[in-house]
Design a protein around this ligand. Structure first.
Ligand code: FDA
Length: 385
């Protein structure tokens, strides 16, 4: 520990990107710790022993970005497959493509519609509220896609996700709902997409494989904090409220329980992710992991699926999605003020900044922090991280 120039708490994309940059570009010694027994943060994947399928332990991860700098950076550690994500939703025993597009609309209303006809119909249905501003999530969604599509694809799904009636949820949870008036059914619009050829964990193994980086797993920052040299700079990517011992209050998160099951068939649902829109089905989605890698020869005649259940997170749960109420925002601001007053502390990543970040955003934010904070610090232009 005494030899490290910097401590990085968390071996997810934010921490691993900074560790890699600091070691390779600045020649400094980095100690990376993670309280989990593996690297990769929430993007961690491993082989399932029963089926040989690559399982995404903390929920399905699909790489997509339009940020060329991030794409080029990541390709230094992995190749990408040609995987393009498509998603589907089951509603009342029928299957529809997502996001809502012309195929969904034609199928749902049972007729052939041109793009103009579909747009005209949905705009008419969405005008239900007139000039009155939406008072809750339900009204907001109706003002965007009309009542019939809302009731089929959004109402039950949202109620399950939030364990709350959409009429009780604030309108600002949704800013927009994508509706495409074409038959384009690719899930992401981004320029660069694909899955890492050897899985996500292999990316982290390469990023951290440098002689100046030491990685220690199963180590909780708060257990070693009292032993740290006073002036050692720390990059902390854990929850910001935990860092300050919850002194300003707890931030709200949702989490997901994934119920795994090995199915006695080589293909359970014919696609990677199937949403279940009906409120009567208790899970929100079923993930079938082998479909993320159609290019692989899976020897097993069994397949692995995960049913996802969404709920509010307690302190002992994995925090996944920030709830971000007005109260949360006020609490977060108070933590930010306290962090600004601490010398040599840099908070980053999704937990450290209380923000949902996709992988490309976490990597992009780390590359920016390297340029604007860490490099200036190590070259003497800043006196604190
Ligand atoms: P991340 O959470 O990965 O890493 C933080 C690390 O810090 C963790 O490993 C944790 O153990 C460690 N830590 C915390 N406290 C500590 C302490 N006290 N001591 C030591 N270590 C500590 N993105 C995307 O682009 N496409 C996708 O399809 C998905 N899908 C998806 C599904 C689900 C269910 C979730 C929750 C998230 C996604 N994501 C995603 C987002 C993706 O997971 C996210 O961008 C990255 O995990 C962000 O990396 P970070 O390094 O910020 O956090």
């Amino acid at each position: 520990l005494s030899e490290a120039d910097i401590l990085i708490v968390g071996a997810g994309f934010y921490g691993a990107t900074l560790a890699e940059r600091i070691a390779t570009q600045l020649g400094r010694r980095v100690l990376v710790i993670d309280r989990r027994r593996h690297i990769g943060g929430n993007a961690y994947t491993e082989e399932d022993p029963a089926t040989g399928v690559e399982i995404h332990r903390y929920g399905p991860h699909l790489f997509h970005t339009s940020n060329e700098e991030v794409w080029n950076y990541l390709r230094g550690f992995t190749g990408f497959t040609a995987y393009r994500h498509r998603a589907f939703s089951t509603y009342r025993d029928k299957v529809y493509p997502l996001p809502i597009n012309l195929a969904t609309i034609c199928q749902f209303f049972g007729k052939r519609l041109s793009p103009d006809e579909a747009r005209g119909m949905i705009t008419g249905q969405a005008a239900e509220l007139g000039d009155r501003p939406p008072a809750n999530l339900e009204e907001k969604a109706i003002s965007l896609v009309g009542r019939p599509l809302y009731e089929a694809f959004i109402k039950g799904y949202t109620a399950k996700q939030w364990q709350t009636d959409p009429r009780e949820l604030p309108a600002q949870i949704i800013a927009r709902l994508p509706v495409r008036y074409t038959f384009e059914d690719g899930y992401f619009n981004d320029r660069f997409q694909g899955q890492p050829v050897d899985g996500y964990t292999a990316i982290f193994e390469k990023m951290l494989a440098h002689e100046l980086i030491e990685t220690r797993l199963g180590v909780d920052f708060f257990d070693i904090k009292p032993l740290l040299p006073k002036d050692l700079p720390v990059v902390y990517t854990g929850p910001i409220d935990r860092y300050f011992d919850y002194s300003e209050g707890e931030l709200g998160w949702r989490t997901i329980d994934i119920d795994l099951e090995v199915m006695d068939t080589p293909d359970h649902q014919g696609t990677a992710i199937m949403n279940y829109a009906d409120e009567t089905v208790p899970y929100t989605r079923v993930v079938e992991f082998r479909h993320f890698n159609p290019e692989r020869q899976h020897k097993s005649d069994k397949t692995l699926i995960g049913r996802e259940y969404s709920r509010f997170a307690g302190r002992a749960d994995e925090p996944y999605y920030p709830i971000d109420t007005r109260r949360d925002q006020a609490v977060y601001r108070r933590y930010l003020e306290r962090a600004a007053a601490e010398k040599n502390l840099h908070l980053g990543g999704r937990l450290g900044t209380y923000r949902y970040l996709d992988m490309h955003q976490a990597i992009g934010a780390a590359l920016k922090a390297f340029e604007t904070v860490l490099e200036p610090y190590f070259t003497g232009k800043l006196d604190s991280v």
